[in-house]
Design a protein around this ligand. Structure first.
Ligand code: ADE
Ligand code: ZN
Length: 347
């Protein structure tokens, strides 16, 4: 497909919004907007450390990953009932459809909730009902990926896996998130080996704040099929060649990377270099309620900041997102056909 057109900003923004695409890196707890945090706090009688929405929002000034995680886990403390999880997930699914997403693979962090005494079943019932409602009422395809918190122990991850097994058909895979530095992928090699035996799909955060070596060990020790973030892989030329050769997708989150100071400015972001190096990069929102926007906002701001990104890159990024998803081959083929039709006018 020849998509060499150069478009003015508004026309490019329209293309970015309406092109069919998948989102592969979104933490559902990171879609919890301050307004919903306050509503749920009121509904559940939970005391918050901030008096109002504005003061909570003002606290969203992060210096690194940990400074974000502290406030993100505090925000999740208002989630207690099945309906809370349902309301949170439905709000995200509505936003996803508005941004032209046709398929979303959504992370959830059960340990954040079970550690507070919320039963695994409560989390899963609310999320599952939302997923089914989004399919039925919004026509949105989605799937869940259970993330283990890497700052917790291997034993805790095994316990969470045991708890999750009765719900096996309600999530397609497992991931690894939370504090990266000091918690290398290999800490969870045995848990991931077990998940692999169970037929679960495997992904892991690596090379966000942690070094390129963590990307390599996620591939070698965990045998993951995608790398979440992976932007620091560019520091290792041999690793970049391998990622390109093996077509390992990277789920890149540009606004997140700036908010968490992985890059100083969006104009410093390496997404253009990742694509130019032949990597299967995708654009994602990570924790949109905390980082300044959902998927479309990530696309628009990143394309505005990086002039090398034009219509061709929009097509490649959307196509990568569909092909890197864990959806069935027939669904992927249907979405790629729709994507090609969408770009037909730029031949
Ligand atoms: N959990 C939620 N967002 C995360 C991120 N960007 N990195 C690691 N863990 C997370
Ligand atoms: Zn993430």
């Amino acid at each position: 497909m020849q998509v060499n057109a150069t478009l003015p900003p508004q026309a490019l923004a329209d293309v970015l919004r309406t092109m069919p695409k998948a989102e592969l890196h979104i933490h559902i707890e990171g879609s919890l907007e301050p307004e919903l945090i306050f509503e749920l706090a009121r509904r559940n009688g939970v005391a918050l450390a901030y008096p109002d929405v504005e003061s909570l929002r003002r606290a969203y000034a992060f210096t690194d990953l940990q400074s974000f995680l502290d406030i993100y886990y505090a925000g999740a403390s208002v989630l207690l009932k099945e309906d809370d999880f349902f309301d949170m997930a439905m709000a995200y699914f509505r936003r996803a459809v508005a941004d032209g997403i046709v398929h979303a693979e959504v992370f959830f962090d059960p340990q954040t909730h079970t550690a507070r005494g919320v039963p695994f079943e409560t989390v899963m019932r609310g999320l599952t009902r939302a997923r089914e409602t989004a399919q039925r009422e919004l026509g949105l395809s989605s799937a869940y990926i259970l993330c283990f918190l890497r700052h917790l122990s291997e034993d805790a991850a095994f316990e969470t896996l045991e708890e999750a097994l009765p719900w096996r058909e309600h999530f397609i895979g497992v991931g690894l998130d939370s504090s990266e530095r000091g918690h290398p992928p290999e800490k969870f090699a045995r848990v991931f080996a077990r998940c692999r035996q169970l037929g679960l799909r495997l992904v892991a955060h690596a090379g966000e704040e942690g070094p390129a070596a963590y990307v390599r060990s996620a591939l070698d020790e965990l045998k993951v099929e995608r790398i979440d973030h992976g932007v620091r892989a560019l520091e290792d030329a041999e690793l970049v060649r391998r990622l390109a050769r093996e077509r390992v997708p990277l789920t890149v989150c540009p606004l997140s990377n700036v908010k968490l100071r992985v890059f100083d400015r969006l104009s410093d972001h390496n997404l253009g270099q990742l694509l130019a190096s032949g990597l299967v990069a995708t654009v994602n929102s990570d924790d949109p309620a905390y980082f300044g926007g959902y998927l479309h906002q990530n696309f628009v701001e990143t394309f505005a900041a990086l002039p090398a990104l034009q219509v061709r890159e929009a097509y490649v990024l959307a196509r990568n997102s569909i092909e890197a998803s864990f959806a069935e081959a027939s669904a992927k083929a249907r979405w790629v056909d729709r994507l090609d039709a969408h770009f037909e006018s730029f031949h």
